[in-house]
Design a protein around this ligand. Sequence first.
Ligand code: PEP
Ligand code: MN
Length: 358
Amino acid sequence: MSNDKLDVLRTELDEVNLKLLETINERARLVQEIGKVKSTQGVNRFDPVRERSMLDHIAANNKGPFETSTLQHLFKQIFKASLELQEEDNSKALLVSRKKHPENTVVDLKGVMMGDGQQRLVMGPCAVESYEQVLTVAKALKERGIKLLRGGAFKPRTSPYDFQGLGLEGLKILKQVADELDMVVISEIVNPSDIETAVEYLDVIQIGARNMQNFELLKAAGAVDKPVLLKRGLSATIQEFIHAAEYIVAKGNSNLMLCERGIRTYETATRNTLDISAVPILKQETHLPVLVDVTHSTGRRDLLLPTAKAALAIGADAVMAEVHPDPAVALSDSAQQMDIPQFNKFIDDLQASGLYKA
Ligand code: PEP
Ligand code: MN
C-alpha cells in the first residue's frame, strides 16, 4: 500500500472518529434528558428490560465486520457511562453538594462558628449520669477553652439491658450546666417525637450512627430551626451518608454538620475502622463542616491522640472525644473515655504538636 493511500485512509478514519464522537455525545445528551424525566417521575434510572431490547436491536441490525458479542460489549460500556452521567447529574442537584453551593457552610453554635477554618474540640461524657458528673467535666473543658459540650441523654444501646440514659432529665442537667458555664450542648435524639421538647434544652441535635437512616428522624430534625450533627452509619457508604444529610437539608435545615465516627470492617484491633479519607471526600463533595469522633471510631484510649492529630492534619473542622470524671465506673463506654488528667494531657499534647491552635 502506498503511503498516499494510507494517508487518505487515516484522514477518513479521523473523520469517522469525529462522527462517532459527535454521535456518542448526542446520545449522552438524550440520556441526560431521559434522566431528568425519570427523576421527576421518580422512576429507577437503570432499566434492564430496556437495555436488553437495545442490545437485541443492535444484534438484529449488525452487518459486521464486528461480531455481535463484541459490539454488545462495546455498547454495554456506553450504557454504563450513560448511567453514570445520569447519576452525576443527580448528585449535582443535591442541596448538600459543593456543586450546588460552592462556599463552605459555617454553622453558628451560639457564637462558636463551626466550619470557619478554626479547628475545634467537642468533648464531654458518653452519657449524662448526674449533675455533678457533667459539671466536673464541663469545668475541665472550660478551663482549656472548650465551649462545645457533648453528652448523651437518650442512649441507643446495643443491649436493651444496658443503661439507656436519663432521657429528658439528662437534657435538663446539660442545660443547667451549659447555662451556668456558658457552654454549647450537643446531645443525641433517637425519637422524632422527642425533638419538639428537646430543642428547648439543647443547642445541637445529634443523630447517631444507628439512626443515620432513620428517615423520619432525619426529616423531623430537618424541620426545626436547630443545628444538627449527623454521624455516619456503622456500615454506611459515603454516598449513603451524603444522602442522609440531604434528607435534613431538603426539609429546610441547612445548619448541618457531618461526623465520621468509624465504620465496621473485618478489623478487630479497633472498635471500628476510622475512615480518615472520608474527611477530605466529604469536604470536597459537600459544603458542610466535618467532624471526626476519635472515641467511637477507635474504642481505644491509646489511639485518641494519634487519631485526633490525623483528623486535624487532614482538615477536620472539629474532633470529638469523650471525657468522664471516673471512666472506670462510667455507665457506658468505660474502656475508652479519658479521665480529667488524661484529658488535660491530651490537650497539652495536641497543642505541642502544633496541630491544635486554641
Ligand atoms: C455518641 O456519640 O454518643 C454515640 C453513641 O456515637 P455513635 O452514634 O457514633 O455510635
Ligand atoms: Mn460513647
